[in-house]
Design a protein around this ligand. Structure first.
Ligand SMILES: *[C@@H]1O[C@H](CO)[C@@H](O)[C@H](O)[C@H]1NC(C)=O
Ligand SMILES: *[C@@H]1O[C@H](CO)[C@@H](O)[C@H](O)[C@H]1NC(C)=O
Ligand SMILES: *[C@@H]1O[C@H](CO)[C@@H](O)[C@H](O)[C@H]1NC(C)=O
Ligand SMILES: *[C@@H]1O[C@H](CO)[C@@H](O)[C@H](O)[C@H]1NC(C)=O
Ligand SMILES: *[C@@H]1O[C@H](CO)[C@@H](O)[C@H](O)[C@H]1NC(C)=O
Length: 419
């Protein structure tokens, strides 16, 4: 009898303990209206896809592993993409049907944002993490504590491009987000000048260490049949005017120092397609899956980032992780990530002569070039997504615990601990 009682109480004790000890995980909605984290790797670097898709996938994956319950909401861009894709018990991607189920240039999606928002139940979530201004708008509408990452900013873009009607809306939405979001996550230290955000924190993105750490320059060169007797230069990115490709092409065209120049990214039907005809000596490789991209970077000596403006430039970190020395425009992310003469050379944006001089300086001193490459690799491989997302997780926990009340202090309080 006593034994039975004991067993009985033990069972109850265990049940109660389990109940009391049970903590509902923090319910997180990640909004990435136009950046689907499930995009096939080959799709990336095409149609304006790229950095954000990877960011959302890595952040979602690592936050769910840390114990957050994560749902990503993204727009359905084809009839096949509907419903919810379960990636793990605490990580899922939900397709939202809003507007036509086809790829839309992202600005055109603005008109469907209300429809998108109406399909998310804010009651199910504790906090929303929005990416890019379109999703930021959705975040504002949901009325939850909101963390926001800009990925790119209208104030920067429209310094270079004519301000459109949708551009005016974008600027207004971004101002609103900067004012009202619980916390803006800046990916660069100098972003605060561009946002004047009320509450912000600096957390730089990581790189996919596992895609880079096994690479070896000599092996990659052999595998891809690169000529090791010339300087191999690589461009990776969209063929958009603001990427400044024409200055890079002009620079290398004028240089007599032996080299190859390979360009990876979708060039078809872009305004830069003429480059193929006018500079047929260069290799236009089209889009590549991210796994192959890493190998191409590893086989190359110099990664050239000639952008006229560049909000972040994940490609800089990746090129570093692959052991490239860098030639970058002194703008935005590249300017902050590259130290002139230490891990690469910086040039003024839109200056072909400066690019040619920088190229010839590096190509003329292979010791310097490979020293920079090795240094870059060490630095960048220490910059994992896991570390980045631990910082984001910290932020989310604080925000949900503090329920907005003392978030104003985050800026002073948290920034010194993170870099
Ligand atoms: C995680 O979120 C989903 C979708 O909101 C929900 O159905 C599920 O019950 C949640 N799981 C936990 C453990 O909170
Ligand atoms: C941010 O604030 C500074 C100082 O008030 C101002 O000069 C600058 O134009 C503002 N930047 C933006 C993007 O609003
Ligand atoms: C590089 O130069 C070496 C020595 O001149 C030569 O043996 C080798 O074939 C060259 N490699 C290529 C790919 O041309
Ligand atoms: C480029 O445009 C042509 C003609 O409109 C089309 O057939 C082709 O599929 C497009 N290529 C890409 C990569 O979008
Ligand atoms: C090449 O770079 C190395 C390492 O930075 C430096 O010590 C050397 O003086 C440079 N050589 C020339 C010819 O500039």
């Amino acid at each position: 009898m006593t034994r039975w009682l004991f067993a009985h109480f033990a069972v109850i004790f265990v049940l109660v303990f389990l109940h009391v000890g049970y903590h509902r995980p923090i319910q997180l909605a990640i909004i990435s209206a136009h950046g689907n984290p499930l995009s096939h790797p080959a799709e990336l670097s095409k149609c304006g896809k790229g950095g954000q898709n990877v960011y959302v996938r890595e952040v979602g994956t690592h936050l769910s592993k840390m114990g957050f319950n994560v749902t990503v909401f993204t727009r359905s861009e084809s009839e096949g993409d509907t419903g919810t894709v379960i990636l793990s018990p605490t990580f899922r991607v939900t397709y939202v049907v809003a507007g036509p189920q086809q790829h839309l240039f992202r600005d055109l999606f603005y008109q469907y944002l209300e429809e998108f928002t109406s399909q998310i139940d804010p009651g199910e979530f504790d906090v929303v993490f929005s990416n890019y201004w379109l999703s930021g708008y959705v975040g504002l509408k949901l009325g939850l504590p909101q963390i926001h990452v800009h990925h790119s900013l209208g104030v920067q873009k429209f310094e270079w491009e004519p301000l459109t009607e949708i551009g005016k809306i974008r600027l207004a939405v971004e101002r609103e987000i900067n004012l009202k979001a619980t916390c803006i996550v800046h990916q660069l230290k100098n972003e605060q000048e561009l946002t004047n955000a009320t509450r912000a924190i600096y957390i730089k993105p990581g790189i996919e260490v596992d895609k880079f750490e096994h690479l070896n320059k000599e092996k990659s060169k052999k595998k891809l049949k690169f000529d090791e007797n010339v300087t191999n230069v690589l461009y990776v990115g969209r063929f958009a005017p603001q990427k400044g490709i024409k200055f890079a092409v002009e620079a290398l065209h004028k240089s007599a120092v032996p080299h190859t120049f390979r360009l990876i990214g979708a060039y078809e039907n872009t305004s830069s397609e003429y480059l193929l005809r006018e500079f047929p000596q260069f290799e236009y490789l089209g889009p590549k899956p991210r796994s192959e991209l890493a190998e191409y970077m590893s086989a190359s000596d110099i990664l050239l980032v000639p952008s006229l403006y560049e909000p972040f430039g994940l490609v800089v970190l990746e090129g570093m992780a692959a052991g490239c020395s860098m030639i970058v425009s002194a703008v935005g992310g590249p300017d902050e990530l590259v130290e002139d003469g230490v891990n690469g050379l910086k040039v003024p944006p839109g200056d072909a002569d400066a690019i040619r001089e920088a190229f010839e300086k590096l190509a003329g001193n292979r010791t310097l070039m490979s020293e920079m490459g090795r240094r870059n690799r060490r630095t960048a491989l220490g910059n994992s997504w896991k570390k980045t997302v631990e910082n984001l997780g910290d932020l989310i926990v604080r925000i949900t615990q503090q329920k907005n009340t003392v978030i104003h202090r985050l800026l002073d309080h948290v920034i010194p601990n993170l870099n």
